[in-house]
Design a protein around this ligand. Structure first.
Ligand code: PMP
Length: 337
């Protein structure tokens, strides 16, 4: 198959590979596939959401270079996706971030010419940065002429982008997707996939994967170390009932999931990919033989070299745990850690 010529970098968004994982669970009677969203040009699943939220407004002339400014709050991946699109069309972008945003992501944003606006205070009630970031976005939008806030938490074009994500998965497997493991932040990926599954009457059990300490599925709010998935506030448009099953995963379980993936599949994946992998480890005993199981891997591990893939960082937060990904059977018991 020859590779297509893309008409500009944004043409490369979507159409990511689905890879069968053969070494992860050697004695598992079902096939496991990973949708590698790191293959999007901005490096994550959020390229799809960013394109979906911005392209229509750019094409219709609502967003104009030199006159419009996009303002958005993001922990990293959506920001990078938007940075790429705004740079491509020459539109100014102010990204509101917090101290959890990594130096590497900040450097990427600056390289795209983004103005980074850092909030430093947590919201006194939720003790999270998100409400403060949103407050800051509102201030900026109210004072900058021509400012536009896509608002990934409430914009229906965010989940809409992921109906295509699910279509790609379903088409690759002739509709035989028995289980889909999907991590959640805004809930955009899960919502879009759920809609496609329902509309096309796929036989899929949708397993929502959330961070321990996230409130998306009604869990208690608590401290979380890893950015990307999980949320301190449930977005208004997110319906937790769209998931048939929910698995909560701790930060350590994400690390174990990621390190296991690297060890057995040579895939260097991001934290939420580790989350869905660990969730599969916890859920696998409930999956009958002969099924197709799909995991969505939202981003790549390069963005977590100073955390998940740093032995010093892992030791500082969890002690000596390397045996967890070096002994095959312990992965299945990852829920115990
Ligand atoms: N994983 C990573 C690495 C992310 O950046 C995000 C989005 N913040 C998610 C998972 C969750 O995706 P969604 O917003 O579509 O729920």
């Amino acid at each position: 198959m020859s590779a297509p010529v893309l008409h500009g970098i944004l043409d490369g968004i979507g159409g990511t590979p689905l890879v069968e994982l053969t070494g992860l669970l050697p004695r598992f009677g079902s096939r496991v596939f990973a949708k590698l969203e790191a293959f999007n040009p901005g490096g994550s699943v959020k390229d799809r959401s960013a394109l979906s939220m911005l392209l229509g407004r750019i094409r219709s002339g609502d967003l104009v270079p030199g006159r419009s400014t996009v303002v958005e709050s993001s922990s990293g991946n959506l920001a990078i996706g938007m940075a790429q699109i705004c740079r491509y069309f020459g539109i100014d972008f102010i990204c509101v971030v917090d101290p959890k945003t990594t130096e590497q992501n900040l450097a990427i944003l600056r390289a795209y010419g983004v103005t980074v606006d850092l909030v430093t205070e947590v919201d006194p009630e939720t003790r999270a940065y998100l409400p403060t970031r949103i407050k800051r976005v509102r201030e900026l939008v109210a004072t900058i002429p021509g400012a536009y806030w896509p608002n990934q938490y409430a914009n229906p074009r965010n989940p809409l982008a992921h109906e295509r994500t699910m279509r790609e998965i379903a088409e690759a497997l002739d509709g035989r997707v028995d289980y889909l493991f999907c991590s959640t932040g805004t809930g955009g990926t899960l919502t879009g996939c759920a809609r496609y599954i329902r509309e096309h009457r796929l036989p899929t059990t949708l397993v929502g994967v959330d961070a321990l300490g996230s409130v998306l599925f009604g869990g208690a709010s608590g401290p979380r170390l890893l950015p990307g998935h999980g949320a301190a506030v449930r977005p208004a448009l997110f319906d937790p009932a769209l998931a048939d099953e929910v698995v909560h995963v701790s930060d350590l379980e994400c690390v174990v999931g990621c390190r296991t993936l690297t060890d057995r599949e040579a895939i260097l994946a991001g934290g939420s990919s580790g989350a869905v992998t660990a969730a599969l480890g916890k859920f696998a005993a409930r999956i009958p033989a002969g099924r197709n199981v799909v995991l969505i891997f939202p981003d790549r591990g390069d963005r977590y070299l100073d955390s998940i893939y740093s032995d010093d960082w892992v030791r500082a937060h969890f002690g000596e745990v390397s045996h967890l990904w070096q002994e095959p059977d312990l992965f299945m018991a990852v829920g115990a850690c």
